[in-house]
Design a protein around this ligand. Structure first.
Ligand code: GDG
Length: 487
């Protein structure tokens, strides 16, 4: 693992979600740390940043939205060996307009190219501004000279500029986790909104996206909205410049590579294989979301079953959907559509002894997820738009046996890196059906060749490299704020 040489004192992470939640137990409230990608990356940064002069391990401060469970516990509970959490509390109505409204009902659909799902509300934008200001208040109370602030994602686009105005000398990084769309989409936002959002992001010293396409789209919007000069991917302001670059997020390769060998995972995997009568297994797991291309995936599988009756009874599609935002109309509609389609396919093709699709609407434990990654013959990942998509990377990393085929949508950011997958367009039903057939017939030597190539890439480009590269770029930018040489 590379060591990170920093010139800053403390790292402050800011994201909508905190890295842990509170579980109520008989012994009182207990801190439960999440295990997501960002948390792993930041944990490794904590290790790399090493120890403070007093010998104590440097703790990472994390500012995020505080839900009601956090309101009932004392601040001293919100700390463990690695993190100190700083919850941002806000009025319920403001939170609703900020999170459910502006973030999830406008920015999410718009930036994933679903403009017809976007709802434009002045009230929600007002809440978004208030919520970003609440994050600013928490931060300014916390920041000490020499701190570095790393802000994440589309819920906090205004925060970098708010912070820059409050503390002009502070070092700010900003990373955007979803696609940044072309200017034709940004142009749908009212003029003053798009200007505030772009100016908001430009408060940072370094702005990161998953792919070079998103970088180009962002720079195009900067040029259109603010007419600022761009030299070598740096936006030039009178007093400083801002570096805009791609930093493809990744996973903890070793964790997924080794977890597949754990006894509990192996036992679960064997149980699944025998329950599915050693059929070939196609697997997918996604949050319930219209961006994930779940319906077109089902239609591709249905076409495959129509065209290849020889595979009936010999293949099973294990589809897991993780509940998400299911109080929102579009999501309820999507769930109904998915479940009707699954019912129709199982009704059409199923027999007493064979269900073509085994569907569950719940979250999997890590052991179950690993068992399915390692048991399946095909991972079928077909978003119609996805910033990156970590599931496909996790599948590849978990296949120490070099068996299995990844079918991946060209509309996922990950497709730019994982070109040894079978790359498909998810709306092309025939292409999906053909890819399933091709994957089922693929010789083991070809599966191995493709997987080895992708695994090597992910081993070298893991989540630790992602955070290391981002913070190094930020460190360099702060050391040379006006140097316009290529990064
Ligand atoms: C956003 C962007 C970008 C999923 N189901 C279960 C489960 N998961 C875990 C996976 C994976 C993560 O959740 C999902 O990550 P994705 O990247 O696929 O998607 P988003 O949550 O939409 O994330 C995305 C990402 O940010 C990072 O920048 O890649 O494009 O939309 O780690 O393993 N984990 C368990 N059970 C489940 O049922 N245990």
């Amino acid at each position: 693992m590379k060591t990170f040489k920093s010139s800053f004192k403390r790292l402050l992470i800011v994201s909508y979600r905190l890295p842990f939640s509170i579980q109520q137990t008989n012994e009182g409230p207990l801190l439960q740390q999440n295990s997501g990608g960002l948390v792993s990356a930041v944990l490794s940064m904590a290790e790399q940043m090493g120890q403070s002069q007093e010998g104590a391990v440097t703790k990472i401060h994390w500012v995020g939205h505080g839900d009601t469970s956090l309101q009932q516990v004392s601040p001293s509970t919100l700390e463990n060996d690695t993190f100190v959490a700083h919850p941002v509390f806000m009025d319920d109505a403001v939170h609703k307009g900020f999170y459910e409204g502006f973030s999830n009902d406008l920015i999410w659909p718009l930036f994933h190219y679903f403009p017809s799902y976007a709802s434009f509300s002045e009230h929600d934008f007002d809440c978004y501004k208030q919520a970003n200001a609440s994050f600013l208040n928490e931060l300014t109370a916390l920041i000490e000279p020499g701190d570095l602030v790393w802000i994440h994602d589309f819920q906090l686009m205004l925060l970098p500029d708010l912070l820059r105005r409050a503390m002009p000398a502070i070092s700010i990084g900003y990373f955007f986790h979803i696609p940044f769309p072309t200017y034709e989409i940004i142009k749908l936002l009212p003029r003053t909104w798009r200007q505030s959002l772009i100016e908001g992001i430009l408060g940072a010293n370094v702005v990161g996206f998953h792919t070079t396409d998103y970088v180009q789209h962002f720079l195009q919007s900067v040029a259109e909205v603010l007419t600022l000069p761009v030299i070598n991917q740096r936006i030039v302001l009178p007093d400083r410049s801002i570096s805009v670059r791609d930093f493809p997020i990744s996973i903890d390769f070793n964790k997924f590579n080794t977890s597949g060998q754990e006894a509990e995972v192996l036992a679960t995997q064997q149980r699944y294989k025998s329950l599915l009568r050693h059929n070939k297994i196609i697997f997918s797991v996604d949050r319930l979301d219209y961006t994930k291309g779940i319906t077109s995936r089902l239609l591709g599988y249905e076409r495959f079953l129509v065209q290849h009756p020889d595979w009936h009874d010999n293949v099973t599609f294990v589809m897991t959907i993780v509940p998400s935002r299911d109080k929102i109309g579009h999501y309820q509609e999507l769930k109904r559509e998915i479940e009707e389609t699954i019912g129709r396919i199982n009704g059409l093709f199923g027999t007493i002894g064979w269900r073509p699709i085994v569907y569950s609407y719940r979250s999997l434990s890590f052991t179950e997820l690993m068992a399915l990654y390692t048991a399946c013959d095909i991972a079928l990942i077909t978003p119609v738009r996805d910033g990156m998509n970590l599931v496909c990377k996790e599948f590849v990393a978990s296949r120490q046996d070099h068996k299995g085929v990844l079918i991946l949508s060209e509309l996922a950011g990950a497709a730019q890196e994982l070109s040894d997958a079978l790359i498909i367009n998810p709306t092309d039903t025939q292409e999906v059906a053909d890819a399933i057939n091709q994957a089922l017939l693929m010789p083991l030597a070809e599966q191995e060749r493709r997987l080895i190539h992708m695994r090597k890439h992910l081993q070298n480009h893991n989540v630790f490299r992602w955070s290391h590269d981002f913070l190094t770029a930020l460190n360099d930018m702060i050391s040379n704020p006006t140097d316009l040489e290529t990064d």
